[in-house]
Design a binder for this molecule. Structure first.
Ligand code: TPP
Ligand code: MG
Length: 589
């Protein structure tokens, strides 16, 4: 504890718990509290409004958007924001975003004011056991037992969210603490959480890499959070190694760099991985989607560098592991391996160029074989039109949808850090608009474009109001295909079912946007789309563009998923015949 962080109550303006809360936000540079107001939180909101230069309350229209907004903010900055709601239903509405953050390892603080302890379980308004409800969705709970500990508790929760493995932390406190008078409080010092890599591990990594003839690098999103993007590029260049990235890490190397080969959903990837002899995995946990359900042939000689060592040996066994700061590890290896270059002539940039050519040829062959029944624009062309019109450093947010899969095609190379925000594990439909708000607040200087499905937009349609309310400019591009199309695709290819099971009743999207006071357009041709995008870029306020697309085209990435679902369905069907009757059990009551 340091004394200069202590605050005492001046007699003329007594302090209360919310002063501690606001002071902790300011001390830890947490600029945003995503919230939907309620009786229990109003005093804090007033306190924050009194200091316009301090942390800002972002007013959203459904608490789920508060959590998604904090996730979007953290995915760009690597730092936590706070999401806050009233006890009971407000808190439970945040659960999905918090659970998604845990799965993806994204830091945030979920502040859950609680009804008084003595009234819990008696049917008081908003009665719910928030500790139990959040327990499996957070990495830690900071429970505050005294009002003067509210600020220090929040500071502790913020710090904990950033320790490995990063994730959401719950701040649980009686709501009355926000208004309770206190004499003062003392914020803890920020811990120094950076761990340096061990020299012996780095030596082992270097020795293995010196034997490599066809090294490959597999990079995850920790590279971005660790500020190790430049060092990653330098290692790739020192080794002449192609770089594959996780879905969530797209942009940690610009995908037009001669050594950037894209994600595992690019067509040439399995072939290139199979040819590689040593893999350097940097800041990845090898999640399922990014490895196409762990079918990617990652070389058995695997050097795994990570600042979150809990992920070692979980999905692919490593020959050498190096725990600790990624920038330090990479910089050390760059120096140790300088000049090694690609030992094999047909590797490095030459191999990446061949992979790109074969990807382009495969896309062209797919398109030539495709029967265009004039059902709308081909989604692949829409993705190409987006890439052509949007700036190189655009920040795209997408979510669980066939639409998101189209963005994983080679036709949308991601050129800048955080260029494609999405969730890797939850893949929750409907989060993109809300994550986009957080992303724009994190990077106001960049264009943020939300690309989501027609079904997904209606999950959080009310957040269009939040764009106006908080003066946030987004460009929202809707793939209007008339379906929950990812589901329609599985229905057609896995179950042979009726497409009407997944058909949508859609509003007139342009009219909806206009009704919210935004600019809205429905477009049916690539020329219209291009013109709309260029106008939207010039506008200072948000635009919604609904692009009519053909639902029957199949994104490449979903083809491999269809195979996975077919296998899992067959296994489940076989299991049910084998298992006979073993009944159902009551496991809690
Ligand atoms: C919260 C949530 N509910 C349900 C799903 C299952 N799901 C996966 S894709 C999808 C369809 C999304 O439809 P739309 O937003 O129109 O995108 P499209 O697939 O049509 O491109 C659904 C419902 C999910 N991923 N997340
Ligand atoms: Mg759809």
């Amino acid at each position: 504890m340091s004394t200069d962080r202590s605050v005492e109550s001046p007699p003329e303006t007594p302090l209360s718990g919310d002063d501690g809360f606001a002071a902790a936000l300011a001390a830890r540079d947490v600029p945003f509290v995503f919230n939907l107001p309620g009786t229990q939180t109003l005093s804090l909101l007033r306190k924050m409004a009194e200091n316009p230069a301090g942390p800002r309350a972002i007013f959203i229209r459904h608490e789920q958007a508060a959590a998604y907004g904090a996730v979007g903010y953290a995915k760009v900055t690597g730092s936590p924001a706070v999401c806050l709601a009233v006890p009971g239903p407000g808190a439970t509405n945040m659960l999905t975003g918090v659970a998604s953050a845990l799965a993806d390892g994204i830091p945030l603080v979920v502040a859950t004011p609680q009804v008084p302890a003595e009234l819990l379980g008696r049917g008081v308004l908003h009665d719910a056991d928030l500790r139990a409800l959040f327990a499996p969705t957070v990495k830690a709970v900071v429970e505050v037992d005294a009002p003067e500990d509210l600020g220090p508790g929040l500071a502790r929760a913020i710090d904990l969210s950033l320790t490995p493995r990063q994730g959401p932390v719950q701040l649980l406190f009686p709501s009355s603490f926000l208004v309770t008078r206190i004499d003062g409080f003392e914020l803890p010092d920020e811990p120094d959480s950076v761990r340096q890599p061990a020299m012996a591990d780095l030596d082992a990594a270097r020795a293995l890499l010196q034997t490599a003839r066809r090294p490959i690098i597999w990079a995850g999103d920790r590279v971005h959070f660790a500020g190790a993007r430049e060092a990653l590029r330098e290692l790739a260049e020192a080794l002449g190694a192609p770089v594959v990235t996780d879905e969530m890490a797209r942009g940690v190397i610009a995908e037009d760099h001669p050594l950037a080969i894209g994600t595992a959903s690019f067509r040439a990837m399995p072939e290139v991985l199979a040819e590689a002899d040593v893999c350097v995995a940097v800041g990845t946990a090898f999640p399922e989607w990014s490895t196409v359900s762990w079918t990617m042939p990652v070389p058995q000689s695997l050097v795994h560098l990570n600042d979150e060592p809990g992920v070692f040996n979980v999905n692919y066994p490593a020959t050498v592991t190096v725990a600790g700061d990624l920038a330090a590890s990479l910089t050390h290896l760059v120096a140790a391996l300088a000049g090694q270059g690609a030992p094999s002539d047909d590797w490095g940039a030459a191999r990446v160029a061949r992979a790109r050519d074969s990807g382009t040829a495969a896309i062209a062959a797919d398109r030539a074989a495709y029967v265009d029944a004039d059902r709308g624009m081909h989604p692949g062309d829409v993705v190409g039109a987006l890439r052509a019109a949007l700036p190189a450093d655009v920040l795209v947010c997408t979510d669980g949808s066939a639409t998101g899969n189209w963005l994983s095609e080679e036709s949308f190379p991601v050129l800048a850090s955080c260029g494609m925000l999405q969730s890797d594990v939850f893949k929750e439909t409907g989060s993109a608009l809300c994550a986009g708000m957080g992303a724009k607040l994190a990077a106001p200087e960049r264009e943020v474009v939300v690309v989501q499905g027609d079904g997904g937009l209606l999950f959080q349609l009310g957040e269009l109001a939040s764009l106006c309310h908080n003066d946030i400019k987004l460009i929202v591009v809707i793939f209007d295909d008339g379906f929950f199309n990812a589901d329609r695709i599985y229905q057609e290819y896995v179950f042979g079912g009726r497409e009407s099971d997944c058909a949508l009743f859609n509003p007139d999207f342009a009219a909806v946007a206009t009704a919210f006071g935004l600019h809205g357009e429905n477009v049916t041709s690539l020329a219209e789309l291009d013109a709309s995008l260029r106008d939207a870029l010039k506008r200072n306020s948000s635009t919604v563009i609904a692009a009519k697309v053909d639902p029957m085209a199949l994104p490449y990435r979903l083809r491999s998923r269809i195979e996975v679902w077919r296998r899992r369905t067959a296994a489940a069907q076989a299991a049910s015949t084998d298992s006979g009757r073993n009944g159902a059990r009551v496991t809690s009551s």
